[in-house]
Design a protein around this ligand. Structure first.
Ligand code: FPP
Length: 244
């Protein structure tokens, strides 16, 4: 039996996992310990999402701006990511979880790219849940890449300007083929979007908790989902005239 009412469960949950550094500092530990504990929270939330029937889970694991962090911290994050991908492959296969990635992944170290694309390939036929890791991701960069792609199609006379609809733009983003997030969760109490899924979050419900990411577990996740289930989503329309 699932611990939550399955009707009106969000189809797509996106999470800004923030507060690893502060969690570590509060405990007198170094930041890397915070990221290690954060990776454990990722495991728990991925498994639980699949268990309760979330179809799409998108995690902001490394932003374009995160490259500015000290080299040793970036290295530690990449190492953690490599370890996570290696250790979770079995879990993903057993539970039908497919892996995807969005972002400028060509900037990732070679070893990470290799494990990442190997895992994506091996899990490509899994479809119980799609786990998308945003890596070297920035929302403005994504929109910029889409504009350049579309402009090149115009320049080559492959499309006309009037063919550029909202759907056309959506299809030019890294998230092409994915539904927009229904729910955005942000931990650590910051009221910011931080360059995450700028186009896609237009009508998402937002849940912000002061809990630091390493402490974010099943119970708090359930609280966010239950809160979402109480929301009246109007998509800019009136009560009797809404999209879903
Ligand atoms: C924010 O904490 C978190 C990140 C920079 C990235 C998230 C990374 C993980 C959860 C660990 C590894 C990921 C995977 C997928 C295994 P912060 O350092 O910005 O915290 P602060 O704002 O308190 O400094």
């Amino acid at each position: 039996m699932t611990p939550i009412e399955t009707k009106q469960l969000p189809e797509h949950v996106a999470i800004i996992m923030d507060g690893n550094g502060r969690w570590a500092k509060m405990k007198g530990l170094n930041r890397v310990r915070g990221h290690q504990k954060g990776a454990e929270a990722v495991r728990e939330i991925v498994t639980f999402s699949r268990e309760i029937g979330i179809r799409w889970l998108t995690l902001y694991a490394f932003s374009e701006e995160n490259w500015e962090r000290p080299a040793h911290e970036v290295q530690a994050l990449m190492k953690l990511l490599n370890r996570f991908l290696k250790s979770e492959l079995r879990e993903m296969q057993e539970n039908g979880i497919g892996l995807k990635t969005i972002g400028r992944t060509e900037k990732l170290p070679k070893s990470t790219r290799q494990i990442l694309f190997d895992t994506i390939e091996k899990t490509s036929s899994n479809n119980s849940m799609i786990l998308t890791l945003a890596l070297s991701y920035g929302g403005r960069q994504e929109i910029l890449d889409a504009i350049q792609k579309i402009a090149a199609q115009i320049q080559k006379n492959e499309i006309t300007i009037s063919e550029i609809t909202e759907q056309f733009v959506s299809d030019a983003l890294y998230t092409a083929g994915m539904p927009d997030p229904d729910l955005l969760i942000r931990t650590s109490g910051e009221y910011r979007i931080s360059n995450f899924l700028l186009w896609q979050l237009s009508y998402s419900e937002i849940y912000i908790t002061p809990t630091m990411w390493p402490d974010f577990g099943k119970n708090e996740y359930l609280a966010a989902l239950r809160d979402y289930q109480t929301r009246d989503r109007r998509f800019g329309a009136t009560g009797g005239n809404r999209k879903k």
